[in-house]
Design a protein around this ligand. Structure first.
Ligand code: ZN
Length: 222
């Protein structure tokens, strides 16, 4: 087991929670901490979820404020006046895309890690994401890693264990890692509803992954 320390970007969702358990398995619980971002998201419940997921996993969780996205506006995740697209768009990006979000998150996470001697960042981005967010793609992450290494003169490594996995495979990985009970604490619904609405794109995608894996979603049992 590596003695290296790892910082997991924990949003409170299914993917980042699975990544937390991946990091616990890979780096050991004494070496893992988590960071979450308060970026003015309309669903504050995500941050509460992240805190309780970290608590259950017995790792620390630090919430960092970023109020600039809400000030910029124009996306449905920070602006309550914009309705969330009900369908993934065929061309173009859905209005849940917050431009630059993952780039900023990972940059601040890298700065946080730098100050604590942490060389590993773990993020739940996936190239297979149905929304097609370009900042979730392998090419973006590799370029950002190179930028962060150069700009901070650090040996930072950005781990993306879910990058090539389908939602079904992510559910299967969660089962393998023992993360399933923690998924009961996660938040996915774009409408911010608990229990989840079941109708929004995020709920539908989550349900599809569990159905294809043949696993009952612990969130729906709660
Ligand atoms: Zn929903």
């Amino acid at each position: 087991m590596s003695e290296n320390k790892a910082l997991v970007v924990l949003s409170g969702g299914q993917d980042s929670t699975t990544c937390l358990y991946w990091a616990l398995d890979r780096f050991g619980s004494d070496n893992v901490s988590t960071v979450s971002f308060d970026y003015g998201q309309r669903h504050r419940v995500e941050l509460e979820c992240a805190a309780s997921i970290a608590r259950q996993a017995r790792v620390s969780n630090t919430c960092l404020p970023i109020d600039t996205f809400a000030a910029i506006g124009g996306d449905a995740l920070t602006d309550n006046d914009i309705d969330i697209d009900k369908n993934a768009s065929a061309g173009g990006l859905p209005n849940t895309f917050v431009p630059g979000r993952n780039i900023i998150f990972l940059t601040f996470a890298a700065a946080y890690a730098y100050q604590r001697g942490i060389d590993n960042l773990v993020t739940g981005v996936a190239q297979t994401d149905f929304s097609g967010y370009p900042d979730c793609r392998e090419a973006t992450i590799r370029a950002l890693q190179q930028t962060l290494r150069a700009g901070m003169e650090s040996a930072i490594v950005i781990h993306t264990p879910l990058m090539q996995l389908s939602k079904k495979e992510t559910v299967q990985l969660a089962v393998t890692l023992g993360a399933l009970p923690a998924l009961a604490l996660t938040h996915t619904c774009y409408e911010g509803e608990r229990p989840p609405c079941g109708q929004c794109p995020a709920c539908k995608l989550r349900a599809k992954g569990f159905a294809e894996a043949g696993i009952e979603d612990p969130l729906l049992r709660a």
